[in-house]
Design a binder for this molecule. Structure first.
Ligand code: NAD
Ligand code: IPM
Ligand code: MN
Length: 358
């Protein structure tokens, strides 16, 4: 019997609805595989900020350091400025726990209709490897001459060789394990004079270490167009923090819905726990209605199992999820279906408790 300490941070909005769904599925698969999850709940959220003055306690990062993994829902809600909530919780966790890889799979699942006419699962199956520790997301800068005609805001992007090289190596190593063996770099070295030419230089240098892996490079503007026109061109896409963020909402849109997109914030060295969360946010427009798609959270749970080395349990969850997605009566409204969060979760659970997930 293996047991894991898992921090559970539902956070805000639909994070409160989809995290319990993921935990229920993990519990169920845990029973099948002799895995015990010791859930450590944390109420860190915008509600906590309002009640106690901070999104998380000052020693929040050290409270999480001893966990085996973290399951997060979503952070941010109207009533609190987004940069306050996100820089008060999500971004410090990613950085403080050195989760410098943000891995975001994009896959068109059987049974799901892509908005791109004629596309099937064979055409849309790639991984976005997003740099998660620096880049355009920087707190270096400030506002000046407030309220005057000279008022200005500055923010300095930071691209270090160490962080750029390590994310690129992660992408190439990952591509080496896949059949297409292809890494695409998202750049913008025509308009950005310093950072992106440096990014391209490092991409060229690191790709030289991997002669068996094919490469492509596109400026981010045309790359977004290629995601729509030629999704089959992509295998592993490596991108800076901001470009990766944008691409990882576009990817799920061509694969059916942001409601199914998972992500893993990974500390590859395992010095700190990694954190698993849907790509989507707190969805204030549907929060409290019980109709959020739980698949992104459930799939993130599968990524957590995989990271913990529980490969069979991870594949069982994926198989159960894929089987549930084949049933149009179990789909949530974002996928054009009639079901609610509980209905879709039940379908996944039924597949797990049946004679076999696949
Ligand atoms: P969002 O992802 O929350 O919502 C965008 C749209 O997608 C909405 O129409 C929403 O209803 C829909 N959607 C999202 N998840 C869904 C699901 N599981 N099922 C069905 N529909 C779903 O993005 P937003 O509106 O830009 O952001 C809302 C808040 O969430 C903001 O505070 C933002 O900063 C925050 N946010 C947090 C994270 C995170 O915690 N990782 C990610 C993105 C946004
Ligand atoms: C995501 C989110 C966050 C990000 C925001 C909420 C800061 O959009 O996880 O994709 O940009 O990383
Ligand atoms: Mn995002």
């Amino acid at each position: 019997m293996k047991s894991y300490d898992i921090a559970r941070i539902p956070g805000d909005g639909i994070g409160q609805e989809v995290t319990p769904a993921a935990c229920a599925v993990l519990e169920a698969v845990g029973k099948r595989h002799g895995i015990v999850f010791r859930w450590r709940p944390f109420d860190w959220s915008c509600a906590r900020l309002k009640a106690e003055g901070a999104m998380m306690p000052q020693d929040g990062i050290s409270q999480l350091s001893g966990m085996d993994a973290i399951l997060l829902g979503a952070v941010g809600f109207p009533g609190v400025a987004d940069h306050e909530s996100l820089w008060g919780l999500l971004i410090p966790l990613r950085r403080g726990l050195q989760q410098y890889v943000n891995l975001r799979p994009v896959r068109l699942m059987p049974g799901i209709q892509s908005p791109l006419v004629g596309r099937s699962g064979a055409d849309i199956d790639f991984l976005i490897v997003r740099e998660n520790s620096e880049g355009e997301y920087s707190d270096i800068g400030g506002r000046f001459a407030d309220g005057t005609p000279a008022e200005a805001a500055f923010q300095t992007s930071v691209f270090t060789r160490a962080a750029t090289d390590r994310i690129m190596r992660y992408a190439f190593d990952l591509a080496g394990k896949r059949s297409a063996k292809h890494v695409t770099s998202a750049t913008k070295s025509n308009g950005m004079k310093h950072t992106m030419p440096f990014w391209d230089e490092r991409f060229a240098a690191i790709s030289a270490e991997y002669p068996d892996i094919a490469t492509s490079q596109y400026h981010i503007d045309i790359l977004t167009a290629h995601f729509v026109s030629h999704p089959d061109w992509f295998d592993v896409v490596v991108a800076s923090n901001l470009f990766g963020d944008i691409l990882s909402d576009l990817g799920p849109a061509i694969a059916g819905s942001i409601g199914i997109a998972p992500s893993a914030n990974i500390n590859p060295e395992r010095d700190y726990p990694s954190m698993f969360e849907p790509v989507h946010g707190s969805a204030p427009d549907i929060a409290g209605k019980g109709i959020a798609n739980p698949v992104a959270a459930i799939w993130s749970g599968a990524m957590m199992l995989d990271h913990l080395g529980e490969k069979d349990a991870a594949s069982d969850v994926e198989a159960a999820m894929e089987k549930a997605l084949l049933r149009s009566d179990c789909l949530t409204p974002d996928l054009g279906g009639p079901a609610d969060t509980k209905g879709m979760t039940r379908a996944v659970l039924d597949n797990l408790s049946g004679s076999g997930a696949a």
